[in-house]
Design a protein around this ligand. Structure first.
Ligand SMILES: CSC[C@@H](O)[C@@H](O)C(=O)COP(=O)(O)O
Ligand SMILES: [Zn+2]
Length: 229
């Protein structure tokens, strides 16, 4: 008998919450072509978390598509399911941040921003109301989101992500891949993903708008700073 049966009620809650988030993000087009992976922790000491199984269509995620794993990413009980190929990244983020949930999505805008600012290795966003969605309330706050190269070797990718995590900024971009965002629970982690994605979309469209104005009405944008472009 598994020593983890003790968590049965919490397991049901985790599975339901992950399914709801998978369906919600799929509706938004944030988990295309089976991409992305989602997790919620059950326990921190020892670390145990539920994570989406590898290669599942998140749009049609089923309750049984969640695998419960330990700190070393192995399942807590025998299963035919393979945990997400990126489970190690989830484990690393739990260990370093004490988060209660880690969510990973692939979107067009997070891919575009990660590529535009790839050489800088981070993107700075400021003067945006939704920074408050990250629970950062100071007026005029600026946030710097790290951008990590998209190493195919997952242990290396997890290691590099670990080195760049900023205590105040609950997200890390992987170049032309996606974002990992986290929070104290799945509600907060979801809110963080949504805030990041809103800001990435806004920032990308703003860059294009200002650049167009620079071409057609330069005087109008003479004092507008858009960073790189
Ligand atoms: C289908 S492409 C996406 C994968 O390469 C990977 O980055 C991803 O996010 C999903 O991997 P998974 O093993 O299903 O959790
Ligand atoms: Zn991915």
């Amino acid at each position: 008998m598994s020593q983890y049966l003790f968590y049965q009620e919490d397991r049901i809650r985790v599975v339901k919450e992950l399914n709801e988030i998978a369906h919600n993000f799929s509706q938004k087009g944030w988990l295309p072509a089976t991409s992305g992976n989602l997790s919620i922790s059950l326990c921190h000491d020892p670390l145990v978390f539920g994570v989406t199984a590898s290669g599942r269509d998140k749009e049609n995620l089923q309750l049984e598509d969640i695998v419960f794993v330990k700190e070393d990413c192995s399942p807590i009980e025998p299963t035919r399911l393979k945990p997400s190929a990126e489970t190690l990244i989830h484990a690393k983020i739990y260990q370093l941040t004490g988060a209660g949930s880690v969510l990973h999505v692939h979107t067009v805008y997070n891919n575009l921003i990660s590529e535009i600012y790839a050489e800088e290795k981070s993107v700075v966003l400021s003067d945006m109301e939704l920074i408050k969605g990250l629970n950062i309330w100071e007026e005029g706050a600026a946030i710097e989101i790290p951008i990590i190269e998209n190493y195919a070797d997952i242990p290396r990718l997890a290691e590099e992500i670990g080195k760049r995590i900023h205590p105040q900024v609950p997200g890390v971009l992987i170049r032309k891949h996606g974002i990992y965002a986290w929070g104290e629970d799945s509600f907060s982690a979801k809110r963080h993903v949504e805030a990041f994605e809103f800001m990435f979309q806004y920032h990308f469209l703003w860059l294009g708008y200002v650049r167009t104005l620079q071409a057609v009405e330069p005087a109008k944008v003479a004092n507008v700073s858009i960073g790189l472009l």
